[in-house]
Design a protein around this ligand. Sequence first.
Ligand code: XUL
Ligand code: CO
Length: 440
Amino acid sequence: MSEFFPQIGKIPFEGKDSKTPLAFKYYDPDKVVAGKTMKEQLKFALSWWHTMGGDGTDMFGCGTADKTWGQTDPAARAIAKVDAAFEIMDKLSIDYYCFHDRDLSPEYGSFAETAAELDKVVDYLAEKQKATGKKLLWGTAKLFDHPRFMHGAGTSPSADVWAYSAAQVKKAIDATVKLGGTGYVYWGGREGYETLLNTNLGLEQDNLARFLRMTIDYGRSIGFTGDYYIEPKPKEPTKHQYDFDVATVIGFLRKYGLDKDIKMNIEANHATLAGHTFQHELRVARENGLFGSIDANQGDVLLGWDTDQFPTNIYDAAFCMYEVLKAGGFTNGGLNFDAKARRGSFTAEDIFYSYIAGIDTFALGLLAADKIITDGRIDKFVDDRYASWKSGIGADIISGKATIQDLEKYIMDKGEVVDSIGSGRQEYLEAVVNNVLFSL
Ligand code: XUL
Ligand code: CO
């Protein structure tokens, strides 16, 4: 088998003083940070859709990058994509990948033919995994591309489309299990609405819960032991998506008794589209015991859509890895680069430059997060700020001992309460973060 990138060798770690373009400056896979190697802490994954399929096509123009992998026949191209993807993973020391079923193998005529062609690619992936040790982080089903999904999939007004979607997810879970995937993602690409004038919101949400219950139970029945994730996103492609943000999804899961079955796959650019920081979404998931996996990317503050850029913002990566470390690290999840090089970055080298940029950013983010924690100033400040809950009236409120009459008496005796904890010191704390980051 010939190489797809003969001009590019295995990307070495050269350290921060290196000027070699195709080298890691911060990602040293075997370096131990916070008790585990960088590669164990970060668990990087390649996204099949952007990397192997995304050619730069946008609303205003055709593709700029050649992602045909030298093949015109769709079945031959699907196999060539596997070879090219494993070469990219090997050269970038990426251990995992993530797919949508239709990224691996496109739609053919009937559902049966499409499923049979997918099986061939999955068999080939299984062989490649065995030969290389690369692993599947998660799989998912593409329920938003074909015209049949124009009104939704698990929330479609059409029972036939709902049934088709369930059959497709069954097949995607089969593929995930066959490949030993440790996760399965639900991203509701068209699970939402454009106008309430034509939408039965209550029935659509009930049906989405039915869809999740049925497909989750199927996976468990065939031995899937990994995690299921919902990936929240507020809008795009639909105006309003049901899985708006982590808090909305938590409410939905609890309403339908699904909160023990599904965790969160949190994407940075989806968080900002929802009007939150990336860290906010991670924190809400962590505090609710639902932190699972991450789609690593970033948006652009001047553009209001899902630009899926490779992450280069060190602050965001540091705060993200702070949450990951506080959650006890990844178990079944990891950092999937749901990111694409810009349309003007169209060469084969750009695939490598963009991954190197993202990987080094998260390596730095991990180092920074570890240092923020070991430095201790931030955590101690937060701890001290809530000290009044550890003894006296605060402890009595938490234990349930204090009644409302006790509180009335307590305040009567005190007479007045003004600023009992002092300044929030936001600017000081932001400067502490700068101090930690720039003395790495
Ligand atoms: C779309 C998106 C998806 C999911 C998987 O915004 O993030 O690619 O990650 O379906
Ligand atoms: Co994503």
